[in-house]
Design a protein around this ligand. Structure first.
Ligand code: F3S
Length: 250
């Protein structure tokens, strides 16, 4: 049976860059005999985390747990107070923040207007982005919250980079009716949407689909569910060894 790899499969550009930064820093720390820390998990992928761990990378949840050496910041980005805390610890920062997330930080930091940030309130990217706002920042998770927003004269509206486009369009349509001076900047990165679209196209035609990714990743789960809806013979695995025996026998 021929095996077809979906277009856009693999790491997005942001995660690829973050992992390259991490491996380079880990090797450098090893050569210099200094510790290399990672603030949180570099990416939600157990194999990648294990590979970094094997290279000596130590996970910390707060910069104060790190003592000198290199510290890796992941692609989700962090707020300015985290950079300050890393510097205060004397750490050499290696920044894996995705360029799209960095651009979002710059947009909100430059805003003179209140910021309406559409996204998941507890997502690290949203929390970090809120930290870059110099004006009032309100997070809006869904249509109900957009409807409940008190009247405002003007605001800048931006979005979590991985938020679905339909949700952005629905929420901003409501906000536009309520806020006369609403400025919208769509900061969605299309990498996730492109992956889902390519996987759906393949799932429509394929006899079976194998989704490879972390079971802990929300993006991978969404990809799996999208494929399963179109191709009942879909499995989600983290490693080749997890593919069920006889899976390919139709
Ligand atoms: Fe990836 Fe950056 Fe987009 S991490 S999903 S390229 S926002």
């Amino acid at each position: 049976m021929p095996c077809v790899i979906a277009a856009h499969a693999g790491y997005c550009a942001g995660v690829k860059k973050a992992m390259e930064t991490a491996f380079q820093a880990a090797r450098e720390a090893r050569e210099k005999g200094i510790p290399c820390y990672c603030l949180g998990e570099m990416i939600h992928n157990p194999q990648a985390t294990f590979a970094l761990h094997e290279l000596g990378v130590i996970r910390v949840d707060d910069p104060t747990e790190a003592k000198e050496g290199i510290i890796l910041l992941r692609s989700h980005g962090v707020g300015p107070q985290v950079y300050a805390a890393c510097s205060a610890q004397g750490l050499d920062i290696r920044d894996g923040t995705c360029a799209y997330v960095k651009a979002l930080h710059q947009i909100v930091a430059a805003s003179e207007m209140p910021v309406l940030l559409i996204g998941e309130r507890h997502h690290p990217e949203v929390q970090a982005t809120a930290g870059w706002c110099r004006t009032e920042c309100r997070v809006i998770e869904n249509i109900e919250e957009a409807k409940a927003l008190p009247p405002m004269e003007k605001a800048l509206c931006v979005c979590q980079t991985t938020y679905p486009m339909e949700a952005w369009e629905g929420i901003t349509a409501i906000l536009a009716k309520k806020i006369p001076g609403l400025e919208k900047k769509c900061t969605i990165c299309l990498a996730t949407a492109r992956r889902q679209e390519a996987a759906r196209e393949l799932a429509k035609k394929a006899d079976a689909m194998i989704v490879v990714g972390s079971k802990m990743s929300a993006n991978t789960r969404k990809l799996y569910e999208a494929c399963l809806a179109l191709c009942p013979r879909t499995c989600l695995v983290e490693r080749a060894a997890e593919i069920p025996p006889h899976f390919g026998n139709i």
